[in-house]
Every structure is written in C-alpha cells, then in structure tokens.
Design a protein around this ligand. Sequence first.
Ligand code: SF4
Ligand code: SF4
Length: 318
Amino acid sequence: MLQTEDNIMDNNETAATKGVIFNIQTYSIHDGPGIRTTVFLKGCPLRCLWCQNPESQVLQPEIFFDSEKCTGCGKCVQACPNGAIEICEGRSSTNRELCQGTGKCTEVCPNEARNLIGRYVTAGEVFKEVAADSIFYQRSGGGVTLSGGEPLAQPQFAINLLKLCKDGGIHTAIDTCGYARWETVKQVLEHVDLVLYDFKHMDPVEHEKYTGVSNDLILDNVKKIHHDLSIPIIARIPIIPGYNDSVENIEATARFITTELGDAISVHLLPYHKLGESKYDSLEKVGNPVSITPSSEEHMAELKKIVESFGLVVHTGG
Ligand code: SF4
Ligand code: SF4
C-alpha cells in the first residue's frame, strides 16, 4: 500500500515520542557542510522506481532476508508470533502482509539469514549518539542531517531530535523529498538550519508515474520555504538515466530553481549507482526493481554545464 502522509502520521502518533530509524552514519561528508552525522528515518510517502534505499520506505521495522544463508531448518516458522513465515522449496519465505517486524525470527536463526532493519528509539537516545561527535562538527563546520526515507514522515520525532540538537548548539539539516502538508513542513523547519531538497522530475505526470505522487505540493513547498521561511536550500537532483536525465528536464529544473528560488542556490547532481538494486530481493519485494545503467562521466559533465548555463553553482556528487 502506498503510504500517504496521513496514514504514516497516524501510525507515528501511536508510537508517541518514539521514532523508527534504520541507520546512524557518522563522518558523513555528502549530506551538508563539514563532517556530519546522518540519521536515517524510516517511512516515505513516495515510491520512486529507482529508490536505492527500499528498506527505508515502510515505516515499521522489516526483515532483511539473505536466502543464500537459509537452510530451511524451520526455526523461524515456529518463532514467528504472527504465522508469517513458511518453508517453500527448502527455504523460508515471509508473508510481508502478516509480518509485524517483531524480529523474533532473527533471534532464533542459526545462520544469520534474517536481520531486522529499523528500530524504535527516542530522540534523546539518538541525540546521545549524535552529540558524541560534537567536537568534529565544531572543527569542520558540520552538524547533523536527518535523511531517510523521508524525515517529514515522522514529524514529531524529527522535531524532538532537531530541537535537542539546536539546543545543544549543533547545526541541523534535513534531506527531504518535500512531500508533506505545509503545516508539517513549517513546524519541522523551525528547527532546521539548512534544507537539502530533492527535485526528481519537473513534469507532474512523469513525476507521478515514477514516484507515485504529483510534484505540485513538492514545488509549492519549496517556494514557500524560500520565500516565507528564508532557510538556505541546496537543490539535489538525482540523475536517473532514462527517467529524468533528458536535457529538457534538466533545463526545466534549472529554470525553476533560478526563477523561483534565485541563482544563489547551489545544485548537487547525484549520479545513480546500482548498490541498492540487490536490496529488493532481501526485502522479498514482488516484481523486480528497475535495472539502470549509471550515467557516463561525459553525460554528467554535459548536464552540469546545462545547469551552470543558468548561472547556478553546481557540484557533482553529494
Ligand atoms: S523519496 Fe527517496 S526514500 Fe522515498 S521512495 Fe523516493 S528515493 Fe526512496
Ligand atoms: S531459521 Fe534461518 S536458516 Fe532456519 S529456515 Fe528460518 S531463515 Fe532459514
């Protein structure tokens, strides 16, 4: 089921002050200025066909399954409290509709074929980990970045964590697809120093075809962030060959940025890489992920020149 902001938020509200994260990456240098800690939140209202973090899309913790390690012993079948696992052709198979992400099966698997992705945490627990590297943030001009998934899909948890960071003197950034109600965006961004904003496609029909949602709300929100909140923005364009890397789309994106946000915005072109493709098997997703050949250096250089021709400063990479 495609998660709308409403049902993500309803789920989240029942979890009170806890959030669900799936990674904390220290010493990040691609998610904003300086040395940063990036906290990856689970849950996303989009379903980009090329998503390289499919384990981030569903809000709840999920089982990551390595079929090569499974011997079909059946211990996980007995341990699952929801009857979600069966043995098929000598290997276990999980019914993802029934799985509640309790992780009981991971505790009994003798071969580490099952791992739980995502854990419930309080903002205070995450802040403790994040604050341990404060000295690096101070020296490098870095800080903390919330990414995902989509951080705006867990607004209260994001606010709690960002507030703790701000009160602790730590620079805060958020990496967002921008698909959330404006009220939510505004409340979260009260505690944010820098926004990394994704532009996936400028055509609303193509955007919906590839991500599951139109870009209307996304483009409206970024204009409001710039005009009403005046928070610095870095525009991030994932370059996905065959989907959004046409000259026309890149020109349209650059034109929107200069016209609506001004030419002081820096633009990061993010080349596609194939690292995420094998994750779809581990999540036992129905249907294959799209298989995409990354752009050549020449094509990336051509797209960079196009964006620069609009007077924008462009970096290739994070
Ligand atoms: S917005 Fe990001 S996390 Fe969400 S589906 Fe798209 S690529 Fe994946
Ligand atoms: S417990 Fe591990 S090895 Fe045994 S069937 Fe389940 S996943 Fe396979």
